[in-house]
Ligand binder design. Structure first.
Ligand SMILES: [Zn+2]
Length: 157
């Protein structure tokens, strides 16, 4: 799945479950569930070499920037809008946990000698992927985003 929907799922978990000790590991686990859902992303049907060249790294950076922007916006909203520093911390941690598997896979994609730990996460991730062609592979992610936004809206907006 793209990083942005993963992040929004993490924010939704944080707003629904107030205990970070439950919410953050759940956000991490839901990353794999999200990737199990048939989806399209920038690495769909590509070999590793193709992932480092052309438009793909730029698209990943744009996706990552949007994800960071969303997570930080909700963190600041909880902090300054709602005055709830505990919720802000929970959103921040869950946003991070929700994309952590992809962040740890990064060195496998972008370096020649990735640490063993990254290979381990990468192997788990490749098994957990279900690809879908466009446009359906985006549609499933829009549904995930819609459900997550609904949960966020019910909890804190
Ligand atoms: Zn992933």
């Amino acid at each position: 799945m793209l990083l942005t929907p993963h992040t929004i799922v993490g924010v939704a978990v944080a707003t629904a479950i107030s205990n970070p000790l439950i919410a953050a590991p759940l956000s991490f686990a839901l990353h794999f569930a999200g990737d199990k859902l048939p989806h399209w992303d920038f690495f769909s049907n590509t070999k590793n070499g193709e992932r480092r060249v052309g438009w793909r790294p730029l698209a990943v950076m744009a996706d990552m920037s949007i994800g960071i922007f969303i997570a930080l916006t909700f963190t600041y909203y909880a902090l300054w809008g709602l005055g709830d520093s505990y919720l802000a911390l929970n959103i921040f941690l869950c946003g991070l946990a929700s994309v952590l598997p992809d962040a740890l896979t990064g060195p496998y994609i972008y370096t020649d000698n990735p640490p063993k730990f990254c290979m381990w996460i990468k192997n788990i991730q490749s098994k957990a992927q279900t690809q879908a062609p466009l446009p359906w592979g985006i549609f499933t992610q829009l549904v995930v985003v819609a459900v997550s936004v609904f949960l966020i809206w019910r909890s804190i907006l």
